[in-house]
Each structure stands twice: as structure tokens, then as C-alpha cells.
Design a protein around this ligand. Structure first.
Ligand code: FES
Ligand code: FES
Length: 164
């Protein structure tokens, strides 16, 4: 039995240590928002965060996780919604949608480091997330909108909206 911290909850995983995190998430924890694409670390569909960094869960064995925090698309921003999720909706980014949770996890990790990425920085960071439907243009526009919203949050005074 291995205990993982997934979306800030302790989750017991009864599986061999070599099981890929992706399988543990989908088949044992019943978190099916993370998708299986290639199973070889090539397409990005299975992207989750490990201590805030994007990783490919299809090639990460659960034995390698230890105490590190796993964040999946289910934990990205329930309440309130993450700016990435809002921008994705505003730009109607998904087509079939299959790649999009991985795309959002990669985008959120990028914006956590840099809320105003250049086109080149977006291209470089998102290069490992493949979309068979070709939604790249809308993805880039949504990343830029989400970045602006994140930057504007960061410039608000801490008592914004409060009575003085
Ligand atoms: S399913 Fe993990 S990178 Fe494709
Ligand atoms: S929206 Fe269909 S694969 Fe990306």
C-alpha cells in the first residue's frame, strides 16, 4: 500500500510500486480527468503537477512520488476556478477535448512561473503537449488572457474589495 498526496488529500493506493501514476489516478483513485494518450511520455495528455512542476504521469512510477504533492486537473481550481480554466472557457479552446486537461496543467505551471510569457516561451513550454485537433491558436490566446488575469490578481492590494 502506498499513500499519495493527491490534490491535498491523502489517498491510499493498493498497487505495485512500479505502477505508473497515471494508472493509479485513473483506475484506483477514480480521477479520470487525466488522460492516457501515448503512454510513453510523448504527447502530454497525462500531465499532472508534482510539487507544482508539470510531469508525465504515464512514465512516473508511484514509488517515485514519496511525500511530494500531486495536483491533477480535478484539483487545479475547484473554488474559485483557476484563471486558466476561465480563459479556456472564454476562448472555447477544446475541440474533442481529449488533450485539454494536460494542456491546462502545462499552461498553469508555466503561468505560475511567468504570467506574461512571450509567444516563443509559450511555444517552448507547451511543445510537449500535442493536440490532434489543432487548437494551438486558441490555447495560446487563452494562456495570454489567463496570464493577464493572474498578473492583475498579483497587483491587487491585500485588502482589495474590503471596507476601510
Ligand atoms: S500519455 Fe503520457 S505523455 Fe502521452
Ligand atoms: S482538443 Fe482534440 S486532441 Fe486536443
Amino acid at each position: 500500500m502506498i499513500t499519495l498526496n493527491i490534490n491535498n488529500k491523502e489517498v491510499a493506493i493498493d498497487a505495485p510500486p512500479e505502477m505508473p501514476l497515471l494508472y493509479a489516478l485513473r483506475d484506483i483513485a477514480q480521477m479520470t480527468g487525466t488522460k492516457f494518450g501515448c503512454g510513453q511520455g510523448l504527447c502530454g495528455a497525462c500531465t499532472v503537477h508534482l510539487n507544482g512542476q508539470p510531469i508525465r504521469s504515464c512514465v512516473t512510477p508511484i514509488a517515485a512520488i514519496g511525500e511530494q504533492k500531486v495536483t491533477t486537473i480535478e484539483g487545479l481550481g475547484d473554488t474559485p476556478q483557476h484563471h486558466v480554466q476561465i480563459a479556456w472557457r472564454d476562448y472555447k479552446v477544446p475541440q474533442c477535448g481529449y488533450c485539454q486537461s494536460g494542456q491546462q496543467m502545462s499552461a498553469a505551471a508555466l503561468l505560475a512561473q511567468n504570467s506574461s510569457p512571450s509567444d516563443e516561451q509559450i511555444d517552448q513550454h507547451m511543445a510537449g503537449n500535442i493536440c490532434r485537433c489543432g487548437t494551438y491558436k486558441r490555447i495560446k490566446a487563452a494562456i495570454k488572457q489567463a496570464g493577464k488575469a493572474i498578473a492583475s490578481d498579483q497587483t491587487l492590494p491585500s485588502n482589495a474589495g474590503g471596507q476601510s
